[in-house]
Every structure is written in C-alpha cells, then in structure tokens.
Ligand binder design. Structure first.
Ligand SMILES: [Zn+2]
Length: 430
C-alpha cells in the first residue's frame, strides 16, 4: 500500500476541482487543480504503480469524500444467515436463532466471517468500524472478542476497529472485566431486553466507570411502552467528562413518540452529550411487523434529533445474519435509506455515515480539508446525488494517506468489439 502524495484534478462536494496534497497521513493543502500535473493513467484513473517520484492519483472524474465510518456493526454475527435461517423475522426470533447457532461456533469460525465482512466494508470505502461482540455462555465466553481482536490486529493497516463487548444480564461482571482485559474497548449491552432494564443500565454504567471505558448501549429497540432506560442512561452519563464516549444505538421508541416526547428525548440526549446511531436497514427489517396498517418505519426521528442538537450517526447494524438477511456492507446503501426512510437531504445523509459517524466514534476529523486525516473515498461521480442514487462501483479508498482498496467496474458493451471494451483496474483487497 503506497503512500499517496497528491490526488490531482478531483472534485469536491462544493463543486470545485482541486489537487489534494497529502503528507504524513494528513491532508496538507487543497488547491485549484493544475491539470498538467496529472499523470495520464487511462480510464482507470489511477497511477499508484510504484514508479519513482511522487505518487499521484489521477482524480479526474472522481469525487473526494470523507471516507465512511460504520458506527454500529455486529461483525461476529455477520454472514451467518445461510447457517441460521430463523423461522421468524422479528427481534425475538432473531435473538433465539443467533443463540442456538452461537453455541456451535468456535473462534476460527467467527474470525472467518468477521474478516470477510470487515474487508467488504473497506473495499466499499469504510475505514473505521465499531463492532459489538457477544459474550458466550457455553465454551470460551470470550471467543468472539478474541476473534475480533485478531481481525483488528490483522487489518490494523487498513481499518480502525473499535470493539464493544455486549454484556447480557446473565453475564457476571467478571466476564465483562475479562473482555475488556482481552482487548475490548467499550462496554455495551441491550438493557431494554433485560428483566429489570433500569437496574441493568446502571450495572453497565457502573462497569464502564470502574474500568475507565466509554459505553455504547442498544437503547429502546422497540416501538411501544417505556422501559425507563433512556433517562436512566442520560441522567448517569451527563456528568461524564467531555469526550468520553457515550452512545445510544437504535432508539426506535423515540420515533413512535409524539412531538413533545421527541423534543424531550432530544433535550436529554444532547444535554448528556450522548451520540445516537440510527440503523435503518436492520430496523426497517425487524420493527413494525405486527402493524398491517400504516406500518411504522422503526427509526428514531432523525431530523428532530438533529434539530435538538443531538450528534447523530447512521450505520447498518446487522448484515446477512438472523437480524437482517440483506445488506451490502456499503455506507452508500445506508445513506440511500436515510434519504427515503428518514427523509434526510443528501448532504445530511452523507454526513451521518461519514463525519457524523466519526464524531460519534470519537475519531479525529477526516476528509479533503487541510489538517484533517486523509481517510478519503474517491468515487466516480459528478455529485452526491450520483453517489447515493447509483452507488458507483469505481472507488478508491485511502486510509491515512495510503490506498487500501481500488476497484473499477468492467464495462462490456455487447455492441462493441471486444478490443473496444474497457477493462480496468480490479479490486485490490486489503
Ligand atoms: Zn446492534
């Protein structure tokens, strides 16, 4: 993976065409494009062949975006749909199917699926992932954590990987402590499915405070009632020091509240500096299955939360597992769903899967701006509408100024001779 010194002639979201200079993994200058400096590299648009001198990527025809970040994944579950095939399609059925399968898998099996899912994310442009990882009741309770630590070590050059240990109410505190000692970064869990939601919420926050970690909880992943979790969470972490990670995933219930309830939730979340992660593909799949009329979407009210000053990010959650049988491991898919299901404009949708996601994850800012880390997605497109509508295949992914994936579509026109067809750079897997 060669360091890139310059991306030449690339487009920005504001319409400018610029040269982006990179040094030490950071964008150091963004200036009006000097076209004669561009190396002619043909249709593929990439010259990273290792020739002596400066490494220049021909960015003509591409748009430079902040590389996406995935703020809420379950890489230990990913790609298990074929092996699990739950009989039902709601959250309870998915949990039952996963737990039945989980007792049969070892560390290597989890590692293999997680690695495939992580690599797919990178090849689509994502350079940072936060994954939740289950503890296990039978066998080694930490085998999922160990598998993901191995993936993190192996892909350290191409991906920032944060590991959240999913602590269940039946897990003793020592098991959670062991998971953090084994390499997990954050305490997590889903207290809304515990018998005593408020008590479990407090227990997990106690653990995070004892261990000096941040926390990322599944919050109110349902549509009716009140388990008393949101205020228990926000009241406790409101006094935490600035910058200490506190994240609420899902928050589906807020979306079924009236406007007054939504405003109160937004005030509590923003006051406690809790970042919210909405997960459209999985919650559109899991939620609202008992409502045949005006079926709810199962998403939090993203626009109302943003207007209330809440930091919001968006991710995919589950990918091709009992909780969601579909998904492409592609942030552009999530952005598209935010446009159609959360009614966001394109710019806001993209912000939630890129800069907003990095913010919720506590990562330094990235993007084609001087002083920011050179985590960039170059995608062949004329504008963000092109990106979100088409999800173009031609993408170049930089992480800290190095190309970690480059791929282009092979275009075959059956009405042209074979020699006229373009075949270009194929994917370089991380
Ligand atoms: Zn989740």
């Amino acid at each position: 993976m060669r360091h890139v010194d310059r991306i030449a002639g690339v487009g920005l979201l504001d319409g400018r065409v610029v040269d982006v200079d990179i040094s030490g993994g950071v964008v150091v200058a963004v200036t009006e494009a000097v076209t004669e400096a561009v190396t002619e590299a043909g249709d593929a648009g990439v010259d990273i062949t290792g020739a002596p001198g400066a490494a220049v990527v021909d960015g003509r025809g591409y748009l430079a975006l902040t590389a996406p970040a995935e703020p809420h994944a379950h890489l230990d579950k990913a790609m298990s749909w074929g092996a699990t095939r739950p009989p039902g399609c709601d959250l309870g059925a998915a949990i039952d199917a996963w737990r039945a399968f989980a007792v049969t898998v070892d560390q290597d099996e989890i590692y293999e699926r997680a690695r495939v899912a992580a690599r797919r994310l990178v090849s689509n442009g994502t350079t940072a992932v936060r994954t939740h990882v289950d503890l296990h009741t039978e066998g080694d309770p930490l085998r999922g954590i160990r598998a993901l630590v191995r993936v993190r070590d192996e892909l350290a050059d191409v991906l920032d990987l944060q590991i959240v240990v999913m602590v269940r109410d039946e897990d003793p505190a020592d098991r959670a402590r062991a998971a953090i000692a084994a390499g997990a970064d954050l305490i997590g869990g889903a207290p809304h499915i515990a018998p005593d939601t408020a008590a479990e919420t407090h227990r997990l926050i106690d653990l995070a405070e004892e261990l000096g970690t941040g926390i990322d909880l599944h919050v109110d992943e349902f549509l009716d009632g009140d388990h008393g979790m949101l205020t228990a969470f926000t009241d406790r972490v409101a006094s935490w020091e600035p910058g200490r990670i506190r994240t609420a995933g899902h928050c589906c219930r807020i979306g079924s509240m009236d406007a007054t309830g939504q405003a109160a939730a937004a005030t509590a979340l923003s006051g406690a500096d809790v970042g919210v992660v909405t997960l459209p593909v999985t919650n559109l799949y899991l939620q609202g299955r008992t409502e045949c009329t005006s079926t709810p979407r199962g998403l939090p009210p993203v626009r109302a939360l943003l207007d209330g000053g809440v930091t919001v990010a968006a991710g995919a959650d589950n990918v091709r597992d009992p909780f969601n049988p579909v998904g492409r491991s592609d942030a552009i898919e999530t952005a598209m769903l935010l446009v159609v299901a959360a009614h966001l404009d394109m710019d806001t949708a993209w912000h939630l899967v890129s800069d907003g996601a990095r913010d919720v994850m506590g990562l330094p800012p990235a993007g084609p701006v001087p002083g920011r880390r050179a985590d960039l997605l170059l995608v062949r497109a004329s504008g963000l509408d092109d990106v979100i509508a088409e999800a173009p295949a031609d993408r170049i992914v930089l992480r800290a100024g190095r190309v970690v994936s480059a791929r282009a579509a092979v275009v075959v026109d059956p009405f042209l001779t074979q020699a006229s067809n373009r075949s270009s750079v194929l994917q370089e897997a991380p």
